[in-house]
Design a protein around this ligand. Structure first.
Ligand SMILES: Nc1ncnc2c1ncn2[C@@H]1O[C@H](COP(=O)(O)OP(=O)(O)OP(=O)(O)O)[C@@H](O)[C@H]1O
Ligand SMILES: [Mg+2]
Length: 280
């Protein structure tokens, strides 16, 4: 049984059809990225999977149950683009919060929260308030929070988008390390605009396109795990990111009655594995 299964999901906001005929499955322990341009429905889709929005049609199952049942059983963890830490709570209490709400005994919750903060490199900052931490550190706390709570499914909506380019890379490396080092591989659905981030992290990339939001393509990312940061410098990785880039910029098959834009073949990046001189 897949960890997540969507069949013909549709969602309408008044006159706007935000999602139409979205179907795909995610396996247990798989890391899947949703990649697509702004407004194509990525956040909406994540919210539907996490039971923050109800679909207008179609079915969604998480481990064979409904998203509502899974959310009530606290099996779904969210990381949003902007961290959702409570300002007056130190890092440790912020990480412990979902466990406190769930009634986990304090000693156990404390130990898990401390271990998670250590995992994200924030040992010693347990008592720091959010405004005494940098943006990257706050996102680390948010990530510690979802890993401490041992969710079955993690939904991450552009968690590093607010960071500068360097910290974005570092956080992707950290997330990969934490995910790989955690006892079991949690199923992750990760929204991003960044095809390099998607290729580095994912087992599979699901391309979305808008008007209405739908799945345009799925690409398997074949790199072995555990992956290290050096992967990004390999020719295979560059080849994969070029492929994703080209797909990202490719217009859809002409379903617009001849009005689709011309293929942007002049912007396609060369394939460094195709022989000849490497031009990148
Ligand atoms: N609450 C809402 N009410 C009405 N329309 C909405 C609502 N939320 C999203 N939409 C519309 O649904 C579409 C998809 O929005 P969504 O936020 O899912 O896109 P996205 O792919 O996450 O974009 P971005 O990459 O910019 O975050 C857009 O046309 C948006 O205007
Ligand atoms: Mg969004």
């Amino acid at each position: 049984m897949p960890a997540v299964s969507l069949k013909q999901v549709r969602l309408r906001f008044g006159d706007i059809l935000a999602l139409d005929d979205v179907s795909f499955a995610v396996e247990e322990g798989e890391f899947v990225s949703l990649l697509g341009p702004s407004g194509c429905g990525k956040t909406t889709l994540l919210n539907v999977i996490g039971d923050l929005l109800a679909p207008s049609a179609g079915t969604i199952e998480i481990g064979g149950s409904s998203p509502a049942a899974m959310r009530l059983q606290r099996q779904i963890g969210f990381v949003f683009q902007r961290d959702t830490l409570l300002k007056h709570m130190p890092a440790l209490a912020n990480v412990r919060l979902p466990m406190d709400i769930a009634g986990t005994p304090r000693k156990e919750a404390d130990a898990k929260a401390r271990a998670a903060l250590k995992l994200v490199g924030l040992e010693g900052r347990e008592q720091s308030l959010p405004h005494h931490l940098s943006g990257g550190m706050r996102q680390r706390v948010a990530i510690a929070r979802v890993f401490a709570s041992d969710y079955r499914l993690l939904l991450m909506d552009e968690p590093f988008a607010a960071l500068d380019a360097y910290n974005k890379l570092v956080m992707a490396e950290e997330l990969l390390r934490i995910w790989q080092e955690a006892g079991k591989r949690t199923t992750v659905i990760f929204v991003t605009h960044d095809w390099q981030e998607a290729a580095f992290l994912s087992d599979r990339v699901i391309f979305m396109s808008g008007s209405p939001g739908h799945v345009k393509a799925e690409i398997k990312i074949p790199f072995a795990r555990p992956r290290s940061p050096e992967l990004r410098f390999s020719p295979e990785f560059v080849q994969m990111t070029n492929r994703l880039y080209n797909l990202y910029h490719q217009p859809e098959e002409d379903d617009s009655g001849g009005k689709a834009a011309l293929p942007r073949s002049n912007t396609a990046l060369p394939d460094p594995m195709a022989g000849g001189r490497e031009t990148l």
